[in-house]
Design a binder for this molecule. Structure first.
Ligand code: 13P
Length: 251
């Protein structure tokens, strides 16, 4: 198993219907053929339409940004894994720090979401990362290690082989303050060592671990060059096709 290099965009709560369609079309038309997997993480309203726009391009996939942990039922306003699957979704971003901060999600809940996403044949992009005060206290490896273990340790090797991990230090998200390539590498290496302990070398070596937090065309190359960094989860810079394409071209 060889691990994939991935440039994933997380549009967050941006782009109305027409803007999202135009952005997806611009990414499709500007994308160079390569082995890098490009993922568009869009709000729910875009999924079905963008699935149609990307369907003939083999290296672009579709991601949702959340999913409910139950199969179906009386959960007004929520969206299920089966619904996402039926719209052509390949990946689901889970455990983003904004979901943790504003919607009270913790790793036990995220573990349930991971399970249901896997059950429906989609791949979770599991996000973890520490806040600034944790890093300043020197506890970042411990905290991220706990996050990873709580959310993922119950999986089988076969299930873990479907998971992408995204390390997103909270202090670097939307702040313009990026982790140094060295800080990213150190944490990615730590995460991979935990995966190796739990799932063995083959699975750990094949897991794509993405870095997220103020990745831009100007800093992507240096970050992606780190041996344990397999790509990025891109927020702000994914909203402009030329920036996102330049990042996807930075491997
Ligand atoms: P920014 O790239 O805007 O810092 O956002 C990162 C992020 O949260 C991606 O999920």
């Amino acid at each position: 198993m060889e691990r994939k290099q991935i440039a994933a965009g997380n549009w967050k709560m941006n782009m109305d219907y027409n803007e999202g369609r135009d952005l997806a079309k611009a990414v499709v038309s500007g994308l160079q053929p390569s082995d890098v997997l490009v993922v568009l993480g869009t709000p729910y309203i875009h999924l079905k339409n963008i699935n149609g726009i990307i369907k003939d391009v083999s290296n672009i996939k579709l991601a949702a940004q959340n999913c409910h942990q139950e199969e179906n039922g009386a959960y007004t306003g929520e969206v299920s894994a089966a619904m996402l699957k039926s719209c052509g979704v390949d990946f689901v971003i889970l455990g983003h720090s904004e979901r943790r901060e504003y919607f009270g999600e913790d790793d036990k809940l995220i573990a349930r979401k991971i399970d249901i996403v896997l059950r429906h044949g989609m791949q979770p992009i599991y996000c973890c990362g520490e806040k600034l005060e944790v890093r300043e206290a020197g506890k970042h490896e411990e905290l991220v290690g706990e996050q990873v273990k709580t959310a993922l340790a119950h999986l089988t090797k076969e299930q873990m082989a479907q998971v992408v991990v995204a390390y997103e230090p909270v202090w670097a998200i939307g702040t313009g303050k990026t982790a140094t390539p060295g800080q990213a590498q150190q944490m990615h290496k730590h995460i991979r060592s935990i995966l190796r302990e739990k799932f063995g070398k083959e699975v750990a070596d094949a897991t794509s671990i993405l870095y997220g937090g103020s990745v831009k065309p100007g800093n992507a190359r240096e970050i992606f060059a780190q041996p344990d960094v397999d790509g990025g989860l891109i927020g702000g810079a994914a909203l402009k096709a030329s920036d996102f394409l330049a990042i996807a071209d930075s491997f």
